[in-house]
Design a binder for this molecule. Structure first.
Ligand code: FAD
Ligand code: DHB
Length: 391
């Protein structure tokens, strides 16, 4: 089998890339280890930047984001016992949308299949080969157990933080920028009405909490926990008590309900530099991971492939290898800004295990600056709603 671009991974990066390439008349095949049902039901991110929504709706993805998603024009920071709103719309004229990642994936898969795309779910033993030559390929075993050689012009490694693509990049040819945090996020889904019209990012001396939403009947909440916390060790009552304690003050209280999903998310920052090795181009979590506090992970994956689709079009039209050079440096500029924003939000809002009273007061000073200074609030609003795409 032969295609122009072999895409490893059917997450936001891989599926969006396949879609953007098709719009340019470029052929691709997507190979994915999980089955379609698993992809369409895995709970992950929830916040889409305005630019991500504009891209999906503007390129004909049959997305329900505008009807079923919720536009948020601001966000609330709670600290010192009360809420402080940041008005995105008023400060920067932009918004974000609450629309779950697996719904984005359902929309992308449906759009690609309706266009006749070749998406191979449930494959195994995926190996990119010959990426330093001009005839690379991806070898895999398909869902029927047949070994397949997928020849191509370029391999796009979109297989997330635990994929195989990055390992094709020899360790002495890349720099791994890596940082772990001494805490994780305990995430729940609960059947309950919303407690607040906008997202709440809460700082407290017990640690961070985030109150988000999915639908009028389902709420998403997170709280800082130990990185190795066992979610099954927590009763529902203990979870609610902990969440309530972290957002308390000012008469504010969460509306509680039945908890039907829970899990612990690790927190890390990672960047692989370069993002290209010969004919292998890394995009999304395969190339970088951010802690979730800034809600940047999915949006960064989409921003990468917007740049990548343009670079691949130039390369495939001209046959000039040097056209691939600009991808990494262009994408990395946004990646490092998002790394900084995600690290900054994380360090401003979380309580590290060894935090001193000085650390807590310094965080409160920072939060006061961000919520009371117009310049501070505008920086946060600009970064959270998303910088323009470097196209
Ligand atoms: P992924 O979505 O990881 O997609 C990669 C795909 O490649 C997957 O479908 C995977 O099955 C497939 N794959 C893996 N290995 C192979 C292989 N060898 N061969 C073929 N296919 C392979 N971000 C936020 O902003 N907020 C959040 O609340 C948030 N929560 C998260 C919770 C969890 C549990 C995780 C893991 C991530 C979360 N993220 C969150 C991050 C966000 O979901 C990611 O940044 C985003 O999914 C990146 O998209 P991607 O396409 O690059 O990678
Ligand atoms: C959600 C996740 C985030 O990481 C975030 O910063 C805001 C909201 C969510 O899952 O709703």
């Amino acid at each position: 089998t032969r295609t122009q671009v072999a895409i490893i991974g059917a997450g936001p990066a891989g599926l969006t890339l396949s879609h953007l390439l098709a719009a340019r008349g470029i052929d691709s095949v997507v190979v994915e280890t999980r089955d379609r049902a698993a992809i369409e039901s895995t709970i992950r991110a929830g916040v889409l930047e305005q630019g991500t929504v504009d891209l999906l709706t503007g390129t004909g993805v049959d997305t329900r984001v505008r009807t079923e998603g919720a536009r948020h024009d601001g966000v609330e920071f709670r600290f010192g016992g009360r809420g402080h709103r940041i008005d995105f719309a008023g400060l920067v004229g932009r918004s974000v949308w609450l629309y779950p990642q697996h719904e984005v994936l359902k929309d992308l898969i449906a759009t690609r299949l309706a266009a006749g795309a070749d998406l191979r779910f449930g494959v195994s033993d995926v190996v990119p080969v010959g990426v330093e030559t001009d005839s690379p390929a991806v070898h895999f075993t398909d869902a029927q157990g047949r070994r397949v050689e997928l020849r191509c012009d370029v391999v796009a490694g979109c297989d997330g933080s635990a994929g195989v693509s990055r390992t094709a990049l020899p360790e002495d040819r890349r720099v791994d920028h890596f940082r772990t945090y001494p805490f994780g996020w305990f995430g729940i889904l609960a059947e309950a009405p919303p407690s607040s019209p906008e997202l709440v990012y809460a700082h407290s001396d017990r640690g961070f909490a985030l109150i988000s939403t999915r639908t009028p009947d389902v709420q998403r909440m997170y709280f800082q926990c130990a990185p190795d916390e066992d979610p099954s060790a927590w009763s529902d009552a203990r979870i609610w008590d902990e969440l309530q304690a972290r957002v308390a003050g000012d008469g504010f209280a969460l509306k509680e309900g039945s908890i039907f999903q829970r899990g612990v998310i690790p927190m890390r920052s990672y960047v692989c530099d370069p993002m290209r090795f010969g004919r292998l181009m890394l995009a999304g979590d395969a190339a970088h991971t951010v802690p979730p506090t800034g809600a940047k992970g999915l949006n960064l994956a989409v921003a990468d492939v917007i740049v990548l689709a343009r670079v691949l079009e130039e390369f495939l039209a001209s046959g000039e290898e040097r056209r691939l050079d600009s991808y990494g440096p262009t994408a990395l500029r946004r990646v490092w800004r998002a790394q900084h924003f995600s690290w900054w939000m994380t360090s401003m809002l979380h309580t590290p295990p060894e935090a001193t009273p000085f650390d807590l007061q310094r965080q409160l000073g920072e939060l006061d600056m961000v919520t009371s200074s117009r310049a501070g609030a505008a920086y946060l609003a600009e970064a959270y709603t998303g910088w323009p795409i470097d196209d």
